[in-house]
Ligand binder design. Structure first.
Ligand code: F3S
Length: 304
């Protein structure tokens, strides 16, 4: 496994021994989330009312801050109908074709589409492969906004597989042409495992694109690597963020004492004199200032 440019800081403990705090290089906002959040903040003060379609990120702190600045969240076709002016921003998760068209065709509103280009690519695959007659299978979390968006670009019904059991239970005639893609934030090893299960069923027209985003894969790999060598691991992320929950699951496997927190206030860190190294990573929706706060606290605000 490759090594990452993780930030390692050393702090002297009161017993004269050194404590190591390792911050994962790819902790926090990915490129797609960063550009969507920046777009929302940039728009404040520029135009009239500002809306995001769904919360721009799964982080209560940022969402509350945006709310205070007047940014409102809409999340249904009825709510789109009620908006007659202002700006609507589509977050990095993207939306279904129906929602996209409704927003694009609505007079009086300015639409800013911040769908991550990697997510847009999946929309294009789903659109073209379903048009060519393939049955679309999305490996991802049922009901996740990104998955709902992908489903909405297919011209035919879509199957979503979230668990091994569902992959095993998948049943379609062997001649069915399949196109399999992944939710960008899905666990890449599980994606491969589920694809292998489907492949073993003997479909002869089988198109697979591993669309798990590189940012997620790298974040997951480096988190596992750090968690495997530290005494205590901290995962920072929103409670509704599936990629943060996955990071926690991965770290917990490697390091029993893994904490999952949304912000420093939630951290109830119990260190022992044997704890010499602490790792930190964060999900894609965690702002930099929250990560730095935890990093500072772990390095200087605790004592062994
Ligand atoms: Fe885009 Fe990957 Fe982030 S798909 S939103 S850069 S996790």
């Amino acid at each position: 496994m490759r090594q990452y440019g993780n930030e390692i800081q050393l702090y002297p403990g009161s017993d004269g021994k050194v404590r190591e705090v390792i911050l994962a290089e790819h902790a926090g906002f990915c490129f797609g989330v960063q550009r969507a959040v920046d777009a929302v903040y940039d728009e404040i003060g520029r135009s009239g009312d500002i809306y995001t379609y769904g919360p721009v990120i799964h982080n209560d702190i940022v969402v509350r801050d945006l709310e205070k600045r007047g940014v409102r969240i809409i999340s249904s076709e009825d709510e789109i109908d009620a908006v007659n002016s202002g700006t609507v921003i589509i977050r990095s998760h993207g939306v279904s074709r129906a929602i996209f068209e409704k927003l694009s065709n609505k007079p009086g509103i300015k639409l800013i589409d911040m769908t991550c280009p990697f997510v847009q690519r999946i929309h294009r695959i789903v659109d073209s492969q379903s048009r060519s007659g393939k049955r679309i299978v999305i490996i991802g979390n049922v009901g996740h906004a990104e998955v709902v968006g992908h489903m909405g670009w297919s011209v035919s019904p879509v199957d979503v597989i979230e668990t091994r059991e569902e992959a095993e239970a998948f049943d379609a005639p062997p001649e069915t042409p399949l196109c399999i893609v992944a939710q960008t934030t899905f666990h890449s090893k599980k994606f491969e495992e589920f694809v292998a299960i489907l492949n073993n069923k003997g479909y002869n027209n089988f198109y697979v694109e591993n669309t798990v985003c590189n940012a997620t894969g790298i974040r997951q790999q480096e988190a596992a690597l750090i968690a495997s060598r530290v005494d205590v691991m901290i995962v920072i992320g929103g409670k509704n963020s599936s990629n943060s929950a996955k990071l926690f699951e991965i770290c917990k496997k490697e390091c029993e004492r893994t904490y999952f927190i949304q912000s420093l206030e939630e951290l109830d860190l119990k260190l022992t004199p044997q704890d010499r190294s602490i790792g930190i990573t964060a999900g894609a929706s965690t702002p930099k200032n929250i990560i730095e706060e935890v990093q500072r606290y772990v390095g200087t605000g605790t004592d062994i």
